[in-house]
Ligand binder design. Sequence first.
Ligand code: URA
Length: 289
Amino acid sequence: MTAASANNPVDFADLLAFYASAGVDDALEDAPVNRFAEAAPKPVERLPTTTPHASSAPEPPATPPRLDGRAVPDAPAPRPPTSAVPDEAQAALARQLATAAASLDELRQHMAAFEGCNLKATAKNLVFADGNPQAAVMLVGEAPGRDEDIEGLPFVGRSGRLLDRMLAAIGLDRGSVYIANVIPWRPPGNRTPTPHETEICRPFIERQIELVNPKVLVNLGGPSAKTLLNSSEGILRLRGNWRVHTTASGIAIPAMPTLHPAYLLRTPAHKKLAWRDFLEVKAKLRTLL
Ligand code: URA
């Protein structure tokens, strides 16, 4: 990138290209915000040194100004010893809310009101589900992408169009399946969700599966398969073999891990593997319905 100069449009093109390559492909606000113009750092207030306590106690170190130019909080809250503590609290809250949901509508409301996952702050929409909640087949992907975030529906972009064709090949469509994701909010720039984000969102998708209670679950891609089948194996090993997803109430649902449509778009030679997996699903449905 060339040196920034406000009047040189070439610099802006370079800057935009840099943002795009870093995964920054979407505006969060309608209008730009100049973060550098936000509140200047406040001067650090020192305790009076004449009080008996202050004179006997060691003086607190002066807080250095923040490098990003944003205000220094007056009294920093005590930090928990590890970052896992608040995440575990959020995961516990998610579990509580998910368990309390008696229907898919209630679950959607609880998820919409949940503030415990940072991905919600940058997502445009909650991507809850698409399709038929009475369907025998439920498909679960990883997390919404840009198109899904805009529309609030899973698998509506390029990989969704491929998924529709894969479903059509075994006689199914969005009216005869139910589709959701492990993570219901788009990770910014389509980055991979962190393990903490996955653990926070896990109770919601588990409850969603339990409430839909499909005859067959299809895990689209490694993250869905690993999360919902409690496996650490790679998707190329997992795919094509029936596994079991066990719900919190103990219902065992046959699950077929398969390749993610986005992967198949990049690796079309593997479409034949997904085709075999979908034929397995079709055959299983014949035995169950
Ligand atoms: N990829 C996913 O895993 N889910 C979507 O909804 C879209 C793309």
